[in-house]
Design a binder for this molecule. Structure first.
Ligand code: ZN
Ligand code: FE
Ligand code: FE
Ligand code: ZN
Length: 264
């Protein structure tokens, strides 16, 4: 069974296509479920790539509308939430604001003013040691895991997006984060979005996924589609990688519970 739980809507300002177009694309790709997970609102408009503070009801309504239009196709309601220290209460409020199937945790910010995946800040990569950015990223990621606020964890090594990578074995950056994930029993996302970015690689890397599998960390495979044509993007590659690493199951999500299903 295949699903795609990480997809966006135009509400975040940088995705295109109505939910119905994503749903049609999912059906065409023979996925058994689709889920939406647009970028969460913050209490104040924080940046230019998320829904506005008042847009949450509109978002939920849009997905409910899609469910009415496709009554026989499972459409999951999710949200991609930024983990930013100090906003835990805000995330708890969001969690109570709708009948979510899952909340995705994501680290985009390594400092309050640097969302590391934003091409706007590309120059900053050359202004400080890459090691430091990687350390800050995975420290934040570990804190996100330990918060236990989320059902699965987005694009685990997003920090590699633009191809800035420290030398040598990178497990020194993520082994603690993986230990925390195993201990918390949280699912890790395998995302094909990285294949569309400068790094041209799935998030996470093969070594990273091997280390996750060794710790029995469950996975979910997603595209992070920002347009209907990206739904199920290069899923064959991701499923092949998961299988090669030793995975036989992926997780499906409903009402904030995870259920293992066999990989196909
Ligand atoms: Zn986005
Ligand atoms: Fe993200
Ligand atoms: Fe996303
Ligand atoms: Zn994302």
């Amino acid at each position: 069974m295949r699903t795609d739980y990480h997809t966006h809507t135009p509400l975040c300002g940088h995705a295109v296509g109505a939910p119905r177009d994503y749903i049609l694309a999912a059906q065409k790709a023979e996925l058994e479920e689709i889920g939406f997970s647009d970028h969460n609102p913050m209490p104040t408009q924080f940046d230019d790539w998320r829904m506005a503070p008042d847009d949450l009801p509109h978002y939920v309504e849009m997905i409910e509308q899609a469910r009415l239009e496709f009554p026989h196709y499972p459409i999951r309601l999710g949200l991609e939430c930024d983990f930013i220290p100090g906003y835990e209460e805000h995330v708890r409020n969001l969690a109570a604001a709708a009948d979510w199937d899952y909340l995705i945790g994501a680290v985009h910010y390594v400092t309050p003013d640097w969302d590391i995946d934003n091409p706007k800040h590309l120059k900053r990569w050359t202004e400080q040691p890459v090691e430091e950015v990687w350390t800050a990223y995975f420290n934040a990621y570990t804190k996100m895991v330990e918060s236990c606020l989320f059902d699965f964890l987005a694009h685990p090594d997003l920090v590699k997006k633009f191809g800035y990578r420290p030398e040598g074995d990178l497990s020194r950056f993520y082994h603690e984060m993986l230990d925390a994930t195993a201990e918390a029993g949280i699912t890790l996302e395998v995302s094909t979005a990285g294949l569309r970015k400068e790094v041209r690689e799935i998030y996470p890397s093969r070594d990273f996924l091997v280390a996750a599998h060794a710790r029995h960390i469950p996975i979910v495979i997603n595209s992070d589609a920002h347009s209907p044509k990206e739904v199920a993007y290069e899923f064959d590659l991701a499923y092949t990688l998961a299988r090669e690493v030793g995975y036989t199951e992926v997780m499906r999500f409903e009402k904030r519970k995870a259920f293992p299903v066999e990989i196909v």
